[in-house]
Design a protein around this ligand. Structure first.
Ligand SMILES: C[S@@+](CC[C@H](N)C(=O)[O-])C[C@H]1O[C@@H](n2cnc3c(N)ncnc32)[C@H](O)[C@@H]1O
Ligand code: SF4
Length: 361
């Protein structure tokens, strides 16, 4: 039985110059057909699917209107069994939050909101090309709480061009002052096919590896001191507030993905939907094949994936996934530890997580 459902909503109020997720600026003319395609795809995928977790990601799911969200979520309800859903997350951009929408989402069963704050500094928000200000993000957070959203994650980005240590510390402090249940702190990556990548290539932005490692250490210290467990390289949670949906991915569970660019992993097969909203919509509604790629996951690729994802988590991986000599070396260098039958990275190891994964693969 598949226990995790992902739905990709590819619309954003404005496209950010650093982001490589599949998305496009919102276009009212395309939305209704897109929603119908997702529901048609849900119907095709519903056999053997009884979700414990649902994640609406993007793009920006909250770019849909309240009526469109109601149409989509009620439509999914009619097509699959929601009785065992424990966590239902929806990603929101602070510019698209309203009390009416938040209350409607709660009534539809959403019990977790993940909001992209990125930074509380106006200058850095401008650098990132965000559509919202710091005060607007704070207002949106309070609206979510006023509506009664019980579980809120805030996304932060560090390592932004020109960001100082003081600015990062200030973003951390302002985030902690709101007491979210969960914090995701991502180091900015220069993703291919983004405006930031081009500027990086032209030399307008330079790599600042040491600064970013120091920012990462500051985040670990501050969030852990405030009672947030560091349960994955980029993720911190209050006790019992870890994201169950993402834990499912990191543990190698099967999942179903709906929408353009969404990936499904079921029964040893991985399929990726075409990353083009119009093509996706047309193909699904015309009953044609919607996949961009389809691959069989052999034992070796499953092992490598479990290793690279699991090693980034606090719970770690089974030592069987690792070559014994490599494991001994990691432990001897103080980069990993073996306890209760699982291997996890030490604090020093977490600082070098990407290099360690590259060496092990
Ligand atoms: C789909 S977005 C979240 C919801 C909404 N679209 C928004 O931006 O507010 C997922 C998160 O990925 C992170 N992200 C996107 N591109 C990134 C990049 N190049 N480097 C680091 N983090 C990135 C951001 O923190 C962002 O909030
Ligand atoms: S960061 Fe969020 S709002 Fe910005 S383009 Fe990416 S998905 Fe859209």
């Amino acid at each position: 039985m598949v226990r995790h459902l992902y739905v990709h909503i590819p619309f954003c109020p404005k496209v950010c110059p650093y982001c490589s997720f599949y998305k496009e600026a919102s276009d009212r003319n395309k939305t209704q057909a897109f929603l119908d395609a997702v529901l048609a795809e849900a119907e095709m995928e519903s056999g053997g699917l009884q979700p414990w977790t649902i994640f609406f990601g993007g793009g920006t799911p909250s770019a849909l209107s309240t009526t469109q969200l109601q149409y989509l979520i009620c439509g999914l309800h009619e097509r699959m069994d929601f009785s065992q859903v424990r966590e239902f997350t929806l990603e929101m951009n602070p510019a698209t939050v309203s009390l009416e929408k938040a209350k409607a989402l709660l009534a539809l069963g959403v019990n977790r909101v993940s909001m992209g704050v990125q930074s509380w500094n106006e200058e850095l928000l401008k650098t990132l090309g965000r559509v919202h200000s710091g005060p607007q993000a704070r207002r949106s957070y309070h609206i979510l709480r006023e509506a009664g959203v019980p579980n809120v994650n805030l996304d932060l980005i560090f390592g932004i061009p020109g960001q100082t240590h003081e600015q990062w510390l200030d973003s951390i402090r302002q985030t902690l002052a709101l007491e979210p249940d969960h914090i995701s702190a991502y180091c900015l990556t220069y993703e291919e096919d983004t405006e930031f990548f081009e500027r990086f290539r032209r030399g307008e932005f330079a790599p600042e590896t040491e600064r970013d490692a120091a920012f990462f250490e500051t985040a670990m210290d501050a969030f852990e001191a405030a009672g947030y467990g560091h349960y994955e390289i980029s993720n911190y949670a209050k006790p019992e507030r870890e994201c169950l949906h993402n834990l499912g991915y990191w543990r190698g569970s099967d999942y179903a993905g709906l929408g353009p660019s969404a990936v499904s992993t079921r029964n040893g097969w991985r399929r990726k939907n075409v990353a083009d909203t119009e093509a996706y919509t047309r193909r699904v509604l015309d009953g044609q094949d919607r996949f961009e790629t389809l691959e069989r996951l052999d034992t070796e690729s499953s092992r490598l994936e479990k290793l690279s994802l699991g090693l980034r988590t606090r719970e770690g991986i089974s030592p069987d996934l690792l070559d014994a000599t490599k494991l001994e070396k990691l432990v001897a260098h103080g980069l990993a530890r073996l306890s209760n039958g699982s291997v996890s990275l030490s604090r020093e190891g977490r600082l070098l997580a990407d290099q360690i994964a590259t060496e092990l693969l």
